[in-house]
Design a protein around this ligand. Structure first.
Ligand SMILES: NC(=O)c1ccc[n+]([C@@H]2O[C@H](COP(=O)([O-])OP(=O)(O)OC[C@H]3O[C@@H](n4cnc5c(N)ncnc54)[C@H](OP(=O)(O)O)[C@@H]3O)[C@@H](O)[C@H]2O)c1
Length: 282
């Protein structure tokens, strides 16, 4: 049985949907900041989806973010090592500075600009030190949580137009595709321990928002491009955080589908609840 702490989040939800061999635990059932080997009894592997993911809030709450994103994975890694079972830790593109202009390889230098990125990086370090796996991903959305896709769908229904930043590049990732990839990783257990897994291709938040409007059957020209400077946020975001999937493929793992086709599939799978009275698409 694969134990999934943080099992009520977006990714944990999809891991549980995809495999009956997954036991997804809420934060009340398993708090990673206090986990011991006894909590993992019966597990054959652990995929850690528990995280402090409020990127802006982490700027003023770094101690709590550190406890969940660094201390928790460290404790899990020690517990898994003592039991001799693999740990897969999920990490983020925000460990990179974003100053690059070609997809980041796992071996590229890191340089987080935010508290969230710093705490996730320390979690990576602790997991790798204990022999666990780290999989970095980006721009995750799914049925089981609040995310950019749901926010855009809600704004589409309430505003005539909106502005979305067009100077941050990355790769949207459907949590179900990532969940399938992590299950494959947990069965293959390749030699390479630090990997990247995101939707294929790349876009900006603006491009992503236009695609969401297309999927909603709305006019994408209602989405206007703007710059990061137009919408200052507490946490700086990397301007370029596309992650290369080359190491993932070289490890014998199936590349995740392209972000655009994944978005269509996610809509068909109900990532956004259909509006009451809306005409069926197609
Ligand atoms: N979302 C993204 O865009 C994105 C991008 C890159 C990487 N990632 C990484 O991908 C992974 C999964 O993200 P996600 O989008 O599925 O996150 P999510 O929906 O925010 O879920 C995170 C889960 O962690 C749980 N949690 C928080 N503190 C915990 C604790 N002390 N012990 C156990 N569980 C705890 C939360 O439970 P409560 O609600 O009960 O607190 C929540 O269910 C994370 O490692 C995240 O850093 C996400």
């Amino acid at each position: 049985m694969i134990l999934v702490p943080g099992g009520r989040g977006q990714l944990g939800h999809d891991l549980a949907e995809l495999s009956s061999g997954v036991r997804a635990l809420s934060s009340a059932e398993l708090d990673v900041t206090k986990v011991t080997a006894a909590d993992l009894a019966g597990a054959t592997a652990v995929i850690n989806c528990a995280a402090y993911t409020a990127v802006d809030a982490a700027e003023t709450d770094e101690d709590r973010a550190f406890a969940v994103n660094a201390v928790g994975p460290g404790l899990l890694a020690e517990a898994c090592a003592s039991l001799g079972i693999p740990l897969v830790q999920v990490s983020t593109d925000y460990v990179f500075s974003g100053d690059g202009d070609r997809p980041y390889e796992p071996s590229d230098p890191v340089g987080p600009k935010s508290a969230y990125g710093r705490t996730k990086l320390e979690g990576e370090r602790r997991v790798l030190e204990s022999g666990g796996y780290v999989v970095r991903t980006s721009w995750v959305y799914g049925v089981g949580g609040s995310n950019f896709v749901k926010t855009m769908a809600s704004l589409e229904s309430s505003r005539p137009s909106l502005s979305v930043v067009d100077d941050q590049r990355g790769a949207p990732t459907w949590s179900r595709d990532l969940a399938a990839g992590l299950l494959e990783l947990a069965s293959v257990l390749p030699a390479q321990r630090l990997l990247h897994a995101t939707g294929g291709g790349e876009t900006t938040w603006f491009g992503f928002a236009q695609a969401i409007f297309e999927e909603l059957g709305a006019d994408p020209s209602r989405v206007m491009p703007c710059t990061t400077a137009d919408f200052p946020r507490p946490a700086p975001r990397p301007a370029y955080s596309v992650l290369s999937g080359a190491a993932w493929a070289a490890a014998g793992l199936r590349p995740l589908p392209h972000w655009r086709s994944a978005l269509s599939e996610a809509f068909q799978a109900g990532v956004v609840a259909p509006r009451a009275g809306a005409a069926p698409l197609g």
